[in-house]
Design a protein around this ligand. Sequence first.
Ligand code: PLP
Length: 432
Amino acid sequence: MPAEEMAKLGQSQKPLLAYGDGIYVVDSEGRRLIDGPGGMWCTQIGYNRREIADALAEQALRLSYNSPWYTINSPASELAERVAKETPGDLNRVFFTTGGSTAVDTALRFSEYYNNVLGRPEKKQIIVRREGYHGSTSLTAACSGRAGNWPNFDIASERITFISSPRFRPAKGLSEAEFLDELVQEFEQTIERIGPEKVAVFLAEPLLASGGVIIPPKGYHARMKEVCERHDIIYVSDEVVTGFGRCGEWFASEAVFGVVPDIITFAKGVTSGYVPLGGLAISEQLLARVSGANAKGGFFTNGYTYSGHPVSCAAAIANMDVIEKDGILDHVRELAPYFAERLIELKTLPCVVDVRASGLVGCVECMLDPDADEPTALDKRLGSLIDKHCFELGLIVRPLGNMCVMSPPLVITREEVDTMVDILRQGIVLAT
Ligand code: PLP
């Protein structure tokens, strides 16, 4: 395709979606498309589930709103208990927000409160990774390490330090274990340089989803947590993508990646995208240090008008019921190796330079010149071209530059994985 035509890609009109059905969405022209990215990593149980619609309607009729400042509602209380049951360790204190960005923002805000109450107001620095993504509020956007995300925005950065992405590149000559040692050493050195008394938070996704499904070396999170513990740094695990079944567990931090963090943030899959909701689970031990008699007259308040919204929480409870009733976590664990195997087969295409997958999330990375060190400007538009071809063939792709991310509804079957990957293969062949 000529460069000028390729330059126009990504600027084309977005399809108008008419309705959803299972793992499919149907556009206004009647085109039936597999939802490859699962909306935006969120449509876990798929579209058109009567159970969720009924829960929404019932709750809207029973109690459509309550002020979270001076009242509570039953769905929020029940959901908090259900979530706490599924979080690792003592992460049993659940706060609700309106989505993922506000969940991460609240976790960071909690760290400010925490260190102020503990009498160390200078402990406010946040360490994050390049290629990470944490949201769209001012602070969470500033914590997001994909430079290309924010052209023409002012990013407040004086509180934020970036360290390396844990993306392992075998070509660089290090073994994975040596690479891990380097990452941990860099983290320690960064803390020393800033001053441990100034570092409040390490914020990390278990796998870097928007960065291109980057899966850190085995043992990475536990090693980073050990460093955090030594310096009294709060470890926030951003499970906005990995939570609620994406990796075959309610939460991936401990069960998949071997770490019990201090705080977990979640959103997206908590309602399978039917209505907005987010939240965070904080360690009881952490909260106890700044609660009750230790709170010095204050208490941690962070309330949005829609915190713990009864209708959203009712949808989340119904969503958790469906995940349990339909055995969706088992299904993801069973299907994940096949999903990875099918994606890895795409490596036989000359332009596919890497494939990464965990649970039911994967990324196929393409470059027109597979021997080049970095993707070129043309490569960065390749995803849009692949997406265009796949769209015609019945699949939505989530193009992130030269990376095609697959994060389908978790109810996808083995046969549908075949169809999805076959279309992706054809789309890549047509585009390259
Ligand atoms: N954290 C992670 C890891 C995400 O992937 C996202 C969104 O994609 C967010 C936070 C922000 O969530 P939201 O868009 O619901 O505000």
